[in-house]
Design a protein around this ligand. Structure first.
Ligand SMILES: C[S@@+](CC[C@H](N)C(=O)[O-])C[C@H]1O[C@@H](n2cnc3c(N)ncnc32)[C@H](O)[C@@H]1O
Length: 197
């Protein structure tokens, strides 16, 4: 019998069985099925990529002529692919101009970044928003025309103003809470489609 713990659920078991590196892949899959964010030959930037299930999914979908760059504080040790490049960095201190020179234009920018939660609701929300704001700054600098932005945020007081800010850069915007999000979690995903350059 495989080892289980209190976080094990249907999605964890399925991810293990289907050889995905994390259950969070099903959040991306559900969003992608609805909004067609990742397509063949795309160039993707995956912010907060460890342990690597979103990058794994993207590499599979973009195929050998696309490419995926992942950024995280921690190196994904169980994932590698010829068209996957990893940058080990704290996104909050990474210069957007440097990143743009390094990875060039991107068709989609994804952020599943989450702060190390403290349990203090207001602190966690502020930190989540700081990561989301930085992801947006990067998206605005690196996205190609009509590109897509997908970003996890903890719902809180400033969520509405962030959503408004995102909406100024995209023709379409929507919010999803995929079924793989745990019931007690406050995370939602903001999706910006058709980037206005
Ligand atoms: C929920 S996990 C991402 C899971 C990933 N999407 C997957 O499917 O494997 C959130 C990630 O955000 C990263 N993260 C948090 N703060 C960060 C920061 N300041 N800079 C870069 N990565 C950060 C964490 O290290 C963590 O690996």
């Amino acid at each position: 019998m495989p080892k289980t713990n209190k976080w094990d659920d249907h999605y964890t078991a399925r991810a293990r069985q289907e050889k995905w590196l994390a259950r969070s892949v099903y959040k991306l899959e559900e969003i992608d099925k609805k909004h067609r964010i990742i397509q063949k030959n795309d160039r993707i930037l995956d912010l907060g990529c460890y342990p690597g299930s979103w990058s794994q999914y993207c590499v599979h979908k973009v195929g050998p002529h696309g490419d995926v760059v992942g950024v995280d504080l921690q190196r994904p040790t169980r994932f590698s692919a010829p068209n996957f490049t990893f940058i080990e960095a704290d996104i909050l201190s990474l210069e957007t101009i440097w990143l743009k020179k390094e990875v060039k234009g991107r068709r989609a920018i994804l952020s599943d970044m989450a702060p190390r939660t403290t349990g203090v609701r207001s602190t966690d929300t502020i930190q989540s928003l700081a990561l989301a704001e930085k992801a947006l700054e990067i998206a605005v600098a690196l996205l190609e025309k009509n590109g897509s932005f997908l970003c996890k945020v903890f719902e809180g007081e400033d969520f509405k103003s962030f959503r408004t800010k995102v909406s100024t850069h995209f023709k379409d915007i929507s919010i999803m809470r995929p079924s793989a999000v745990r019931k007690r979690s406050r995370e939602v995903f903001l999706i910006g489609l058709k980037f206005i350059q």
